[in-house]
Write a protein that binds this ligand. Structure first.
Ligand code: MAN
Length: 534
């Protein structure tokens, strides 16, 4: 039934005078009894100039049925099939564009009218598609129901785990109190030992310091050749071991280095600064001289190095050699005539080549023998509770992680009616000449060469990318493997309605940007509902 306006235009006589190539809905603007006004208002012409093969209007609206205007549009009725609008440049160009052949009107019957045939085929195809859409839509209802069950199961799991979490939290609190009770006596016992140990350490530190000071004093005495209470530059220059560059003399620079900013050393500065710096060099000097001095003491000929050096001859006086020589004579080091202000310290053997006596205080007791039995019992008891506490903590962490993971899945956008839920956790493959592509909705997409090798990640689940009216027509996977000299790989999944979930085609329109076509009932809409078909 013609609605009123269309009735006036089409069902009345106006339709019969519609000029060639004019769209049905524009027919009323072409009235032979009137002048013709260009549709864009660019001018008015006598009606006789419409379709006169000369372009008068800027928008080409005066020549809908000829190819005179470059921007004109030709309308084919295509009765029996769908009407078509083509650029008017294709009118009479020798190619049949309209199935009714009306675009090639100059050539008469050059174009066969195939509209009825095509229309029938199109209708059959549309019917088949509608059938698929209907079937798909029914399957989609099952998917929705399955999705609901899955989401409910997940919600149930979360509720159970939340309950277990509460129980574990109170268990944790109880174990924490137990732990506190077990750790208090353990701490008390350990504090006792710690205090003992600290005292021991302090004592040892003091002893070590005393020993070091004594040793430093011995070195000081040996270096202070003129016994004026200072180690001077000249005295340092007598030490061959301080000739660090081995050029045969201890230079000013070398002495300055060892004096470390001081003009000379008094005993206190020597103890804090000089001793630590000088000791390794002097010890080395001592070591180097050992074989020589050992053999030289046997021979009385070589006076320079054999005889015990004396302060009168400071250039050759060598306390270490002197020590050694005296030791051989059974004289205690330090008991020489130049050492008269030292008495009780004299018995300290400062022969630096001696290895220190084994110090029983350095023996570290094993945990087993460090503590008494009662303390060991307290530690064991506290340890057991600590393990129990850690165990509860671990269980709580596991539950938290599980809850988080399930919630993350649940909170994903699975479509208007959760129709895509069932696709989560599934993967679909498509194989072309070179690659096997895999697409796991809401997870990731990848590519694997058929010739072997690993998977290349094309992206991780990103978002829905459809239009505003229906977001659920395209999926986007992003952040895939970096493309050599290009972007990170990404994939767009275009969804189509079908009766099965299937990856049907994959291409790479731009390097490292993939396009996949995925058929799924979840993309189907109710064919009988006009507003649902998007
Ligand atoms: C691999 C594949 C291709 C891609 C190139 C880019 O060969 O991932 O799809 O185009 O890398 O270098």
């Amino acid at each position: 039934m013609c609605p009123l306006l269309i009735f006036l235009l089409i069902c009345s006589g106006v339709e019969s005078i519609r000029p060639r190539g004019v769209r049905v809905e524009l027919a009323s603007f072409y009235n032979p009894a009137d002048e013709f006004s260009c549709l864009d208002g660019s001018g008015t012409i006598p009606f006789i100039q419409v379709n006169d093969d000369y372009c008068d209007c800027d928008d080409g609206s005066d020549e809908p049925g000829t190819s005179a205007c470059p921007n004109g549009k030709f309308y084919c009725d295509n009765k029996g099939h769908n009407p078509l609008l083509i650029p008017s440049s294709r009118v009479n160009d020798g190619i049949c564009d309209c199935c009714d052949g009306s675009d090639e009107w100059e050539a008469g019957s050059a174009c066969e009218d195939t509209c009825l045939e095509l229309g029938r085929a199109a209708r059959e195809e549309a019917e088949a598609q509608a059938k698929i859409a209907l079937q798909g839509f029914r399957i989609k209802q099952d998917m929705i129901n399955e999705g609901k069950v899955l989401q409910d199961e997940r919600a149930g799991k979360v509720a159970d785990k939340e309950m277990m979490k509460l129980q574990l939290e109170s268990q944790k609190e109880a174990v924490r109190l137990e732990k506190e009770a077990a750790e208090a006596p353990e701490k008390e016992a350990l504090d006792f030992y710690r205090q003992l140990e600290e005292e021991e350490n302090k004592k040892k530190e003091e002893e070590d310091k005393k020993k070091k000071d004594e040793e430093a004093e011995q070195y000081f005495l040996a270096l202070d050749l003129d016994k004026d209470g200072y180690i001077s530059r000249v005295e340092l220059q007598t030490r061959t071991g301080l000739d660090t560059n081995k050029d045969g003399e201890v230079s000013e620079d070398e002495v300055n280095f060892f004096l470390a900013g001081h003009e000379q050393f008094d005993l206190e500065i020597f103890k804090t600064t000089g001793f630590t710096l000088l000791k390794p060099y002097l010890d080395l000097e001592q070591q180097n001289s050992e074989p020589e001095s050992a053999s030289n003491t046997e021979s009385s000929d070589d006076t320079e190095s054999v005889s015990v050096p004396t302060p009168e001859d400071p250039q050759v006086y060598d306390p270490w050699r002197a020590n050694q020589a005296k030791e051989e004579e059974g004289i205690e080091a330090g008991e020489d005539e130049y050492d008269d202000d030292e008495d009780d310290k004299d018995d300290v053997d400062y022969d630096i080549s001696d290895s220190p006596p084994a110090d029983s205080s350095t023996h570290k007791p094993q945990v087993e023998d460090k503590y008494d039995e009662k303390t060991r019992g307290l530690i064991a008891a506290a340890e057991e509770i600590r393990k129990k506490y850690q165990d509860v903590e671990r269980q709580l962490n596991d539950i938290d992680r599980d809850i988080k993971n399930i919630k993350e899945v649940m909170e994903k956008d699975f479509g208007y009616e959760n129709e895509f839920v069932v696709l989560s956790g599934q993967c679909f493959e498509y194989t072309d000449n070179e690659y096997v592509y895999k697409m796991c909705p809401f997870d990731s997409a990848s590519q694997r060469s058929k010739n072997g090798g690993g998977e290349t990640r094309l992206g991780s689940w990103g978002e829905w990318l459809g239009s505003q009216e229906n977001r659920y027509t395209q999926m986007k996977f992003t952040g895939g493997a970096q493309c050599w000299n290009g972007p990170q790989r990404s994939a767009t999944i275009i969804l189509h309605c079908g009766t099965e979930n299937q990856l049907t085609a994959v291409s790479e329109p731009n390097r490292c940007e993939y396009e996949m076509h995925f058929v799924t009932p979840a993309a189907c809409h109710n064919p009988s509902s006009t507003h649902d078909e998007l």
